[in-house]
Design a protein around this ligand. Structure first.
Ligand SMILES: NC(=O)c1ccc[n+]([C@@H]2O[C@H](COP(=O)([O-])OP(=O)(O)OC[C@H]3O[C@@H](n4cnc5c(N)ncnc54)[C@H](OP(=O)(O)O)[C@@H]3O)[C@@H](O)[C@H]2O)c1
Length: 296
């Protein structure tokens, strides 16, 4: 709990799928501020509501008393009433200044001017501070995915702009703020970024780009206090994967809520010495569960 206390996070592609689960998981761990980016503002508002439901303010009153003694009863009643009153006042304050400040930004990351606005709005709201950037937003492109021979140039540009150019620009723009106090950049990749599968088109090529770009940023930022790591979440049951492989049974793929652990680890201080590494989220979870199983 509270592994992200005091951290300010910019998370792209937060309106559904993995991004939505990361937003909830980061709020659960007490992030101070979350800037959530996607094109669909209504979907982002739903995520904000889900965060409010998932991270409720629970009021628990503990009073020790021996209720066999009648004189204790009155003291207990008074104590419960006073505590509930105090908690109600505290909850009202939290509504004005909630634990996680959730900022939703509607933006199309294929547009450089939208990226400028995302960074400016985030830094303005978080008073110049940013600790974590998660480049999660991505598009699969046209589905079913055509072979490269038939791949339309316009779609090729759109996929590369969303999946590769936008993360490049976001990193470039947030760096001056992040370098002040150090921070963590997490890029989301795929196994399609290390194997050239037939029929994965510009998507696979964009993820090869993310792999190479992550390595290059990591090498150039060595020793700067800003660390760069990248994560392959593995097969997940999301709209993107269902569109990419409509004939497969989505039940065989992981629920995105189950792959968030490595993203929490990389955002938190526990991983402050981890830099320039590639992670596989589902293997990481497996390893963790195995270690916990051994320890139990
Ligand atoms: N699903 C898998 O099995 C799998 C496997 C390996 C890697 N991944 C990677 O995991 C990440 C999350 O994937 P997912 O399956 O959760 O995908 P998803 O459900 O399709 O979600 C993609 C997110 O990106 C946003 N987005 C797309 N284009 C955008 C644009 N131009 N501007 C702003 N936001 C945009 C979407 O929001 P709007 O539509 O509201 O803009 C949405 O929130 C991606 O990087 C993906 O490549 C997924």
């Amino acid at each position: 709990m509270n592994r992200l206390q005091g951290k300010y996070v910019l998370l792209t592609g937060a309106s559904q799928g993995l991004g939505r689960q990361l937003a909830i998981a980061y709020a659960r761990e007490g992030a101070a501020g979350l800037a959530l980016v996607a094109r669909r503002g209504e979907a982002l508002d739903e995520v904000r509501e889900q965060i409010q439901q998932a991270v409720p303010k629970t009021s628990v009153v503990v009073v020790t008393a021996d209720l066999r003694r009648p004189e204790e009863l009155e003291r207990v009643m008074n104590e419960v009433r006073d505590t509930l009153l105090r908690n109600t006042l505290r909850d009202r304050t939290q509504q004005v200044a909630p634990k996680t400040n959730v900022l939703t930004i509607t933006a199309d990351l294929t547009q450089p001017e939208d990226i400028e606005r995302v960074v400016a709005t985030t830094l303005n709201e978080f008073k110049g501070r940013l600790d974590v950037l998660v480049n999660n937003a991505s598009t699969i492109g046209p589905a079913p995915i055509p072979y490269l021979l038939d791949y339309p140039l316009e779609d090729f540009h759109n996929v590369i702009n969303t999946n590769l150019v936008a993360p490049f620009l976001l990193i470039k723009k947030i760096l001056p703020a992040m370098i002040e106090q150090g921070g963590s950049i997490i890029n989301v990749t795929s196994d399609a970024g290390i194997t050239g599968y037939p029929g994965w088109g510009a998507y696979g090529i964009s993820k090869f780009g993310i792999e190479g770009m992550s390595q290059t940023w990591a090498a150039e930022l060595e020793g700067s206090g800003v660390r760069v790591n990248w994560v392959d979440p593995g097969d997940m049951n999301t709209a993107m994967h269902r569109a990419a492989e409509p004939d497969e049974d989505p039940a065989q793929w992981a629920n995105p809520a189950e792959v968030t652990e490595v993203f929490l680890y990389l955002a938190a201080n526990d991983s402050r010495h981890i830099h320039g590494q590639r992670f596989q989220a589902q293997e990481y979870n497996w390893g963790r569960n195995a270690i916990e199983g051994l320890a139990a």
